[in-house]
Design a protein around this ligand. Structure first.
Ligand SMILES: Cc1cc2nc3c(=O)[nH]c(=O)nc-3n(C[C@H](O)[C@H](O)[C@H](O)COP(=O)(O)O)c2cc1C
Length: 347
C-alpha cells in the first residue's frame, strides 16, 4: 500500500473493505476481543471496547460493517456536510513514515448527509455504537453555521448513536472560530435543543449523545469545557489534527493538519487539562497518536473514557484495534483495575 500515493491507497483500502463481506466472520474471529473489563458505558450507550475509529476514514458511511469486523468498539463516520463537496485539490494527504505522521488537507470531501442517509436506510444495525461527525459546508458563513449543523442532526438522527460537532478541522477556512464563545454557546445550545426535541417528537427509545471535537492548537479547552457543561452536551472529542509541524522535515506542506505520533503528547495534555477543568464530569474521547495499548492506556489514565485511532491504523494495519484491546486487558490486570472505567483519570 505504501508504494501507492496516500489517497489511492486509502481508496483501495475502502474498496477492499467493501468487498470484505465473505471474510467478515473470519476477521471477527481474528480481531474481536471479548472481555468484560473492556466494556464502557456512556449514558445509555454500551461500548464493547474503548477503541474506536476516528472521523475521516469512512467519510461516506461505506464500510461500517467491514470496520466493525476489525474489532473496533465504535465507529465515527464523516465528516458529513449538508451538501456534497469535492474537498481541496489533490494531492491532499502526505505521509511521513519516519515520524509515523500524516499531514492532510482534505477539506471535508464527502457526498453529503442525504447520500449518507440513503446508505443507512434499511441497513442492518451495526453491533457497536455508530456516530456521525458533522460539519458546515465550505461556503456557509460562520453566522449561518448553526443551520448547517442542525440540518445534519435532522437528516441523520434516526441512525445516530452519537453526533460529533466538528468545529476544529484546520482545512475549512474559519471553522475553528466556532470554538470561540460567541459562536460556540449558541451552536451547542441549538444542537442540544434539536436532539432533545427530535427524541421527544419521534418517541425514540434512544437519544443520541452529543459530543464536540476540539483542536489541540488554540488552547480553548477550558472555554469549551465550560460551555459544554453549561449547554449540557454529553462529552468532548480531543483532539483534531494540529497546524504545528514540530518534528517534521522542512519539506512538509504548510497547509493542512498533522496527525500521528507527533501529536500524541499534545493530545494527551489536552485530555488531562479537560479532565481536570471538568472535574471528570464530562466523558472525553481521546484521539491523537494512539499506536499501541500503552498509548491508549496513557490517555485513559489522563481522563479519556474512550480512544480513537486513525493514523495508527494506517501505519500499524488492520489488527490495531485487536492489539490495543489485548494489551489493555493486560495493563488493567497489571494495575489491579477491574475495568477501563475504573482506570479513567487515575494517573
Ligand atoms: C486523512 C485524514 C482525514 C481526516 N478527516 C477528518 C474529518 O473529516 N473530520 C474530523 O473530525 N477529523 C478528521 N481527521 C482527524 C482524525 O479524526 C483525528 O482526530 C486525528 O487524525 C488525530 O488522530 P490520529 O493521530 O490517530 O490520526 C482526519 C485525519 C486524517 C489523517
Amino acid at each position: 500500500m505504501f508504494l501507492l500515493p496516500p489517497e489511492t491507497a486509502h481508496n483501495l483500502a475502502v474498496m477492499a473493505l467493501k468487498c470484505s463481506k465473505p471474510l467478515q466472520p473470519l476477521l471477527r474471529r481474528q480481531c474481536l476481543v471479548r472481555d468484560e473489563r473492556l466494556h464502557v458505558k456512556l449514558g445509555a450507550l454500551s461500548f464493547p471496547n474503548p477503541v474506536g475509529l476516528a472521523a475521516g476514514f469512512d467519510k461516506n458511511v461505506e464500510v461500517l460493517e467491514g470496520l466493525q469486523s476489525l474489532g473496533f468498539g465504535f465507529l465515527e463516520a464523516g465528516t458529513l456536510t449538508p451538501k456534497s463537496q469535492p474537498g481541496n485539490m489533490k494531492p491532499r494527504i502526505f505521509r511521513f513514515p519516519e515520524q509515523e505522521a500524516l499531514v492532510n488537507r482534505m477539506g471535508f470531501n464527502n457526498q453529503g448527509i442525504h447520500a449518507a442517509a440513503k446508505k443507512m436506510n434499511g441497513r442492518m444495525k451495526i453491533p457497536v455504537p455508530v456516530g456521525f461527525n458533522i460539519g458546515k459546508c465550505r461556503g456557509t458563513p460562520l453566522e449561518k453555521a448553526v443551520g448547517d449543523y442542525r440540518n445534519c442532526v435532522d437528516v441523520l438522527f434516526d441512525w445516530a448513536d452519537f453526533f460529533v460537532v466538528n468545529i476544529s478541522s484546520p482545512n475549512t477556512p474559519g471553522l475553528r472560530h466556532l470554538q470561540g464563545p460567541v459562536y460556540l454557546e449558541p451552536l451547542l445550545q441549538a444542537l442540544r435543543e434539536k436532539v432533545d426535541a427530535l427524541t421527544l417528537s419521534k418517541k425514540c427509545l434512544h437519544k443520541p449523545l452529543l459530543f464536540v471535537k476540539i483542536s489541540p492548537d488554540e488552547h480553548l479547552d477550558e472555554v469549551v469545557s465550560e460551555i459544554a457543561i453549561k449547554t449540557r452536551i454529553d462529552g468532548i472529542v480531543a483532539v483534531n489534527t494540529t497546524r504545528s509541524r514540530d518534528g517534521l522535515p522542512d519539506t512538509a506542506p504548510e497547509e493542512g493538519g498533522m496527525s500521528g505520533r507527533l501529536l500524541k503528547t499534545r493530545s494527551t495534555e489536552t485530555i488531562r487539562r479537560l479532565y481536570q477543568s471538568t472535574k471528570g464530569q464530562l466523558p472525553i474521547i481521546g484521539a491523537g497518536g494512539v499506536f499501541s495499548a500503552e498509548d491508549a492506556y496513557e490517555k485513559i489514565l489522563a481522563g479519556a473514557s474512550l480512544v480513537e485511532v486513525y493514523t495508527g491504523f494506517i501505519y500499524k494495519g488492520y489488527t490495531l484495534a485487536r492489539d490495543i484491546n489485548r494489551g489493555l486487558v493486560k495493563l488493567l490486570k497489571r494495575d489491579g483495575f477491574q475495568s477501563v472505567q475504573e482506570a479513567v483519570g487515575k494517573e
